[in-house]
Design a protein around this ligand. Structure first.
Ligand code: GCW
Length: 715
């Protein structure tokens, strides 16, 4: 090789090395050199010196005002976070210095009587920069111990996001008392509709020996205010009630307890019989009531802070009270009465429906089921029963109206069930940030008695002054290092919890927090990821199921691939009724299933007339010809074609948008996520072509832009 060539080669090599080094430095800054996967949004990356300087005046001591497991956790978390982000070495004890003061409001008052105290409910916290014994200090007060822990997490989140806290005086309280996640984990270690690996709780029919991940999950949940977790599948296995199983479950409760997260179980109503103890599970049989009482007492002896039960009955093959001609209220109450003396609750799911509906009868409608089953029982449930209602009347589709049952219970506690695990929304292999969708449901105004009655206020028990209420999110995290299979999908877990805490937060505010905590504060990174996440639901909807048509996916199989005929001509009731002339379910009162009649009159007035029904839900409520003209001025069929093409194109553009972050996101994470977007772009094309060709063949109406059927026009 000639010397000039050597020089050129050396230059190129040098350039490449420099690039790699630069990318490496940035990568380190982004990852902070901390384990980012299992820690998710709690990675506490070191701040740049400039940013860290803002926090130089923070106290150097931490004083805890009483001893408790949760306060001990709070203190440790504070010490760890301050050390990792700022390099501060916080010592326990006050010793006449500036101090972080951790305690309940009453304790703070005793120590610093001159401080004017705010009002603070259970789980709420108060962050206040204040003088204590003459030193500039920092008060972290809680309505209870959990509140103090939440306050510590809030403070650390502020620092990680580089917020100014020098004059902070922040009071924050949860919107609802019950903020739970549900895990659909089976005892063999599989998770129903789980896309993040096997169960962190169970393996081979037993509770895992090593529950490290359960503890880490407790930490994640506590950091965003989740205070309960149902650990097993709602398609429940009665073996969890076996005497030898309860001590195993106790170990999971022990792993969660330091984080203030109570555990609960999904209960199989037939357990008294299935376990061979009785010959019946009739909820009105006194022997059955006694069985539940004994079992519940036994559980509380092992787990004094046990939360209660989640129950799926008379649904998709699960046993229920209908076996004995009893009502869902009979079933809920017998168990609620066993829990009541211990302070436990029953989340009773409204997902009760017949999955053998006759599809030929145009008046049949699965969407009616929750209201038809539960509205007549309003007022018959005990005060510690909460009816857990899926956000939509069908089943977590990419777009549904809200369930009318939210407005149909005036004397009964309610909770909204949201699906964090992306069963019908891309299974964490495609980007679909669900917070904007959930916000639409929570903000939806039911107009009960023509008053402002948004769903969020109904589920919090604020409208009819019910004793309790809340949120249940089906999370299904697993053993994968990043919990959900995709690092970006964790935004849904974070977002669910933030909405359960405060449903008035905007989707923009939530994603901004999550991105900064997960990827750091580089403005390009924050701007780019926020915008991709915020657009992702609409994009996914555009190429998989626009206009509220409902299931176009393979409903008898994987709930993932496009298979629009799979929902028809069977009893599952997820019909779209597409034929040669038109598509959509007629749910009107006038000519259809009457489902619209389940809403309060003001809402009926929006959905019943074609003229006012919003385009995005048109096919949920109406059966219309393909030539129907939408509010946008386009024909229905042209909209379907265009939407699929636009959606697939936008999904493809994610690749270029992500590529702008090269060198700003740590290389391994960068390439992992890039590969996901490349895959999604391909999947979007598969969806586009399958649905467009299917509907073209059904209708025979060509695409005005000539994108379809070219091959079939060839001689
Ligand atoms: O969406 C359906 C799922 C089932 C699930 C059921 C439910 C746990 O396909 O897997 O069962 O809903 O919510 O009970």
């Amino acid at each position: 090789m000639k010397s000039a060539q050597y020089i050129r080669l050396a230059c190129v090599l040098g350039f490449l090395l420099l690039q790699a080094a630069l990318a490496g430095t940035k990568a380190l800054a982004e990852s902070g050199g901390t384990p980012i996967d299992t820690e998710a949004w709690l990675r506490y990356a070191p701040l740049e010196a400039d940013s860290a300087r803002k926090y130089a005046q923070l106290p150097s001591r931490v004083e805890v005002l009483h001893e408790s497991l949760v306060l001990d956790t709070a203190q440790k978390e504070l010490i760890q976070g301050m050390s990792r982000m700022l390099g501060h070495n916080i010592q326990a004890g006050s010793e006449g210095k500036d101090v972080f003061l951790l305690g309940t409001l009453a304790e703070i008052h005793k120590l610093v009587p001159e401080l004017k105290l705010p009002r603070l409910g259970a789980d709420g916290y108060w962050l206040k920069a204040a003088k204590v014994r003459g030193y500039d200090s920092f008060v972290i007060a809680g309505g209870n111990d959990r509140g103090v822990l939440y306050g510590v997490f809030a403070l650390l989140s502020n620092i990680a996001r580089e917020q100014d806290i020098s004059k902070i005086d922040e009071v924050d309280e949860p919107y609802t008392p019950l903020r739970w996640v549900n895990q659909w984990d089976n005892l063999d270690g599989n998770i129903e509709r789980g896309y993040g690996g096997p169960s962190i709780f169970f393996a081979d029919g037993k509770v895992r020996d090593d529950l490290t991940r359960a503890g880490q999950y407790g930490r994640l949940l506590a950091s965003v205010g989740i205070n309960g977790c149902t650990i097993n599948n709602v398609n429940a296995d009665p073996r969890v009630f076996r005497d030898d199983f309860i001590p195993q479950i106790k170990r999971i409760a022990d792993a969660f307890r330091p984080w203030g997260v109570r555990i609960s179980l999904s209960a199989d109503l037939s357990a008294p019989k299935a376990l061979g103890d009785l010959d019946s599970f009739d909820p009105l049989d006194p022997r059955v009531a006694a069985w539940w009482k004994k079992k519940v007492d036994e559980i509380y002896r092992e787990i004094p802070d046990f939360g209660g039960f989640t129950i799926k009955a008379d649904s998709e093959g699960q046993p229920g009270p209908s076996t004995y001609g009893r009502t869902q209220a009979d079933a809920a109450n017998v168990i609620a009465r066993a829990l009541q003396p211990h302070g436990g609750v029953v989340f009773y799911r409204a997902f009760v429906y017949n999955h053998h509906l006759d599809w030929r009868n145009l008046k049949n409608d699965r969407a009616r089921a929750a209201y038809d089953n539960f509205h007549p029982l309003d007022g018959q449930f005990d005060d510690n029963v909460i009816i857990q209602i899926k956000n939509g009347p069908i089943d977590f589709q990419v777009r549904e109206p809200v369930s009318p049952l939210f407005a149909g219970l005036h004397k009964t506690n309610e909770a909204i069930e949201l699906q964090i695990t992306q069963e019908y929304t891309g299974q964490q292999r495609q980007l679909c940030f669900l917070v904007p969708m959930w916000k639409e449901a929570l903000d939806f105004d039911m107009r009960i008695d023509d008053q402002h009655t948004p769903v969020k206020a109904l589920v919090a028990g604020r409208v009819f002054h019910r004793p309790t209420g809340g949120f249940a999110g089906v999370a299904n995290v697993g053993m994968d290092a990043n919990w959900m299979g995709s690092p970006l999908a964790l935004a849904n877990l974070y977002g669910f919890a933030r909405l359960a805490w405060d449903p008035d937060l905007s989707a923009q505010a939530i994603i901004e927090e999550w991105t900064r905590l997960t990827f750091g504060n580089d403005p390009l990174v924050v701007r780019t990821i926020d915008s991709m996440q915020l657009r992702s639901w609409h994009i996914y909807e555009s190429y998989t199921g626009p206009l509220g048509a409902g299931t176009m996916t393979n409903i008898t199989g994987n709930h993932y691939d496009p298979a629009p005929e799979s929902s028809e001509r069977n009893g599952w009731g997820q019909w779209h009724r597409a034929d040669h002339d038109g598509i959509g379910m007629d749910r009107t009162v006038a000519t259809g299933t009457g489902f619209i009649g389940q809403y309060p009159p003001a809402v009926q007035k929006i959905y019943e007339p074609l003229a006012s029904c919003p385009d995005e839900l048109l096919l949920f409520f109406h059966h219309v010809p393909y030539t129907h003209v939408l509010h946008s001025g386009k024909t229905l069929i042209q909209h379907i074609y265009d939407s699929h093409y636009e959606g697939a194109e936008q999904a493809g553009e994610f690749i270029e948008q992500w590529k702008t972050l090269r060198g700003h996101v740590e290389e391994a994470r960068y390439s992992d996520i890039l590969a996901r977007f490349e895959y999604q772009a391909g999947e979007a094309i598969v969806w586009r072509d399958t649905i467009c060709n299917w509907i073209y063949q059904l209708s025979g109406i060509p695409d005005q832009k000539g994108r379809l059927g070219k091959e079939s026009r060839q001689p």
